[in-house]
Design a binder for this molecule. Structure first.
Ligand code: HEM
Length: 410
């Protein structure tokens, strides 16, 4: 795969949330790596970015110097205020972060993850049976998305009631409205309306939990409110972060993994012979097509990264997708190579105290999809002559996911 790069010096007006980077981050990686740590002005706010692997991991590990607490009123941040200003684990530092993460951490255990898999396998096979009949299917719309939603919403969070599920679908639908906000704009009404419905639902769950009836992960979260570990605001924020963190990212990782599988028939042959390779296949897909392009930190004090001072209070954009292409860590970084010795060293799940809590679920579910698709079909190709057979959704300011992947299979 040849590296596509930006014109010389065209990084001048780099905007990590801008349409060009979102639509296709690949041409930016090399220039970001060359110029990192770099500076830019966003919505009038001087900001920094780090793109090199060593710099990115240094920032992610040092939560004392680089805080996850979003400063109130910072222009531009309203576009990514998915949690309506509520306190949430990924926008907090220890010890608050530790307290919030501990509430749900036990739920991410291998036994519970394996339980999800029984139904997930049935669901995957059902979709593949149908695809076998027609010989063509949209691997994102028909498989990756519904599988992620049902696994995470129905089976993991255990929100099975259809009306309650609709609240979360409406929430997903309203999030892109935030992206259109200008500094100082009020929150869009549809977002506020669905947020209020979500809060009412959480309060109902709290009531059920009070009477010992909420037997679910929501019940676990609710009982932490009852015992004073979390407050009611934190409960709603927790529900949203577990969903928003998982559904689109897992769906994107499945889509990317299958895209690479379809691009090289040898890979499917190898995975059929050695199903364990599916795990390496996922890691490489996460590295090269990182579902979360960047995360943010804020200077808690003035720090020096590679000799460059980053002032206190400055927003720092940690460019995960570029760090995953750093040639000093990943040899020939633009090649998809499941045999690279450090295939798991990528930062697609972040690093440090905020390392993705859902990484084990992802690393269990997605390789299973890869194995089952490779095992089921001898011929897996991107559909020819179909417009937008490979179509990315770039409506999310921090992430880029496949929205459609039409495959021919037999
Ligand atoms: C391909 C799949 C996924 C990717 C690429 C991904 C990526 C990430 C990244 C980069 C972070 C670090 C954020 C930061 O440092 O600020 C993170 C954190 C997080 N992720 Fe994931 N994620 C995935 C799947 C999931 C799933 C399945 C769940 C839930 C079921 C989840 C829930 C979370 C939560 C709650 C956090 C915050 C953790 C903390 O702050 O301690 N993610 N994820």
């Amino acid at each position: 795969m040849a590296l596509r790069t930006l014109e010389k010096d065209s990084l001048e007006n780099f905007d990590p949330f801008g349409p060009a980077f979102r639509a296709d981050p690949e041409p930016f990686h090399q220039r970001l790596l060359q110029t990192s740590p770099g500076f830019m002005t966003l919505e009038g706010v001087p900001s920094a970015y780090v793109a090199r692997y060593a710099q990115a991991t240094e920032v992610l590990r040092d939560f004392k110097s680089f805080s996850s607490l979003k400063p109130k009123g910072l222009p531009g941040m309203e576009r990514i205020d998915f949690f309506n200003g509520l306190p949430v684990m990924n926008y907090s530092d220890p010890p608050d972060h530790t307290r919030r993460r501990r509430v749900v951490n036990p739920a991410f255990n291998p036994r519970r993850t394996e339980l999800l898999m029984t139904e997930a396998r049935t669901q995957i096979d059902r979709v593949l049976d149908k695809a076998a009949e027609t010989g063509r299917f949209d691997a994102v719309q028909e498989l990756a998305k519904p599988l992620s939603i049902e696994t995470l919403l129905d089976r993991f969070l255990m929100v099975t009631d259809k009306d309650a599920q609709q609240i979360f679908f409406d929430y997903f639908a309203s999030v892109p409205l935030l992206d259109k906000m200008k500094p100082g704009d009020p929150k869009p009404q549809p977002f506020l309306d669905v947020w209020a419905r979500g809060q009412a639902y959480c309060l109902d769950q709290l009531e059920l939990s009070r009477h010992g009836k909420a037997d679910s992960l929501i019940g676990v979260i609710a009982s932490s409110v009852l015992d004073g570990t979390l407050n009611e605001d934190e409960m709603m924020a927790m529900m949203i972060v577990l969903l928003i963190g998982g559904v689109a990212t897992v769906s994107g990782a499945i889509g990317s993994s299958l895209r690479f599988l379809a691009a090289d028939p040898d890979l499917a042959d190898r995975i059929r012979d050695d199903p364990e390779l599916a795990a390496r296949h996922l890691e490489e897909a996460l590295r090269i097509d990182s579902p979360v392009s960047l995360v943010m930190r804020f200077g808690a004090e003035t720090s020096v990264i590679d000799g460059v001072p980053i002032p206190k209070d400055m927003p720092v954009y940690v460019m995960l997708s570029s760090a995953n292409r750093d040639p000093t860590v990943f040899e020939r970084p633009d090649e998809f190579n499941i045999d690279r010795p450090n295939v798991k060293e990528h930062v697609a799940f972040g690093q440090g105290v905020h390392t993705c809590i859902g990484n084990t679920v992802t690393r269990t579910l997605v390789p299973e999809v890869i194995r089952r698709v490779a095992g089921r079909f001898r011929h897996i190709r991107i559909a020819e002559g179909v417009p937008n057979a490979v179509h990315f959704n770039s409506s999310n300011p921090r992430a880029r996911h496949l929205e459609n992947l039409i495959l021919d299979v037999r």
